[in-house]
Design a protein around this ligand. Structure first.
Ligand code: SAH
Length: 457
């Protein structure tokens, strides 16, 4: 059969030859690629074609004729419906190999680099690892629910328990949900742009067990506000902070501009590498604290500091990498675009008695060229950008400033590969890439690598 004869609703028996970056199985029918969620490499599957596009199609598993040795029973009861995890049916060791292979493929395909990609650094306990939950609220059958969007939809599934979430977040979200329900608070309706409560976020400190609750509402006021705050404080035992963020806009962006503390502390406190960090509601903070310790250790190892270096930490958040580096550097300059995070970073430096750090709010691609113009030059530069990678202007500045080492921490191998290629073209030599599993059960993969300047250039 040729690809032209393929049509929706046809059934086929296929062999799964690979898993793609979304965790879906890849099969070929006469050279035509079909992606099928829930199947694994090496399996033979009876599938139904549900979408036939020009270049590729999508299939749904009907039954397996041959199963993989790596298949395991997903422990979560809503795994099939929820969009949060993609790899629960794959044994954890095999997830680590999958991630290593994904990175290796991208290095070849996008970076055109033949660099070693090491074994993924995994977790001993790959469940209940998240310190932050951020869930939408809505009505399902007139009941207030808080949880996840169902796969490819805006229907919410109630988060009774999420197995990658810390128990404290599970409990915090559910208790808050029931209190809001008791007082008849109306969830936000995206289409009508009405209702009060948009999202609930909780963040727990693994060091102290303390919890911060952030409620994102459409307006500053909502019914029974005082009573609700009081009841939240009385009912959630480890709660140390209640924060409100107001987002009045018709948008699917979660946070609005205004944030205020409703009760308790402005910050949550956590510890990494023995340094105490305050984290305010709007600041970025790594979601997997156990793996963060390992990730930061890799950054330190790769930075190879002697105490004499000027180090830049671009995309520094609350200064967590910056302060770990500052123990071993002459001076660290951190830059970050969210001003609340820089306020946290300054407080963190002060409270931990660091005098060799400077932080500035702004975009890395603007602030770093300015530092360089002022003749502040990095010997070692650390970047930890969001998924879109480094801005071109920042990469250009790196190539002119020529720090001897660039340590790159990345949450998206594709943009990491793109940026590595640019740095290699500009005279850097790429080192081995170390994947770190910050997000078990999902397809996300974090990487650390170091690029060194070629002295012959
Ligand atoms: N290194 C930190 C934060 C990494 S996440 C840590 O390990 O915790 C990436 C950070 O980059 C976020 O805090 C985000 O707010 C910030 N950011 C995004 N775009 C930026 C830009 N153009 N310039 C500077 N910071 C930016």
């Amino acid at each position: 059969m040729t690809a032209q004869l393929l049509a929706k609703n046809q059934e086929h028996t296929v062999e799964i030859i690979d898993l793609n970056h979304e965790g879906s199985g890849v099969a070929k029918i006469e050279g035509y690629s079909v992606f099928i969620p829930g199947v694994l490499q090496g399996e033979i599957a009876r599938i139904k074609l549900i979408k036939v596009g020009k270049k590729f199609g999508f299939g749904r598993l009907i039954y397996l004729e041959k199963t993989s040795n790596h298949r395991t029973e997903p422990p979560c009861v809503v795994y099939d419906k929820c969009g949060g995890c993609q790899l629960q049916h794959l044994a954890y060791d095999a997830q680590l190999v999958y991630k290593q292979n994904q990175v290796a493929q991208v290095m070849k395909r996008i970076a055109k680099l033949d660099v070693p990609v090491l074994q993924t650094v995994g977790m001993e306990e790959p469940f209940r690892y998240r310190n932050k939950a951020q869930v939408p609220v809505g009505y399902v059958h007139h009941k207030l629910v808080a949880g996840f969007y169902q796969k490819r939809s805006h229907q919410i599934i109630d988060m009774d328990t999420c197995l990658i979430q810390s128990k404290a977040n599970d409990d915090g979200v559910q208790i808050a949900r029931s209190i809001f329900e008791k007082y008849g608070v109306v969830p936000y309706d995206e289409e009508q742009h009405q209702g009060d409560l948009r999202h609930i976020m909780t963040r727990v400190s693994f060091a102290t067990g303390e919890l911060m609750l952030v409620i994102i509402t459409r307006k500053a006021s909502f019914p029974f506000k005082e009573q609700i705050i009081k009841e939240l404080e009385q009912t959630i035992p480890n709660l140390v902070s209640i924060v409100q963020n107001v987002n009045p806009h018709k948008t699917n962006v979660i946070f609005g501009e205004k944030t205020q503390v409703l009760a308790g502390d402005e910050y949550l406190v956590d510890t990494i590498h023995g340094i105490r960090f305050v984290i305010s509601a709007r600041s970025f903070y790594q979601v997997n604290p156990v793996q963060t310790e390992k990730l930061y250790q890799l950054v330190l190892d790769k930075a190879e500091l002697t105490g004499e270096e000027i180090v830049f930490d671009a995309y520094c958040g609350i200064g967590s990498i910056s302060l770990c580096l500052a123990k071993q550097a002459k001076h660290v300059y951190g830059v970050e675009v969210i001003s609340e995070a820089i306020a946290d970073a300054l407080l963190n430096a002060h409270e931990n008695h660091f005098t060799n750090v400077t932080f500035e709010t702004g975009k890395a691609e603007n602030v770093i060229p300015n530092w360089y113009k002022k003749r502040i030059k990095a010997d070692v530069l650390v970047v930890d950008p969001p998924r879109k990678g480094c801005d071109e202007k920042l990469l250009e500045t790196i190539l002119t400033m020529k720090p001897k080492r660039v340590v790159y921490v990345s949450c998206d191998p594709a943009t990491l590969a793109r940026d590595m290629r640019i740095l290699v073209n500009g005279g850097y030599q790429a080192g081995e890439v170390q994947p770190v599993d910050m997000f078990p059960m999902t397809t996300h993969v974090e990487c650390v690598t170091v690029l060194e300047i070629n002295n012959e250039n």
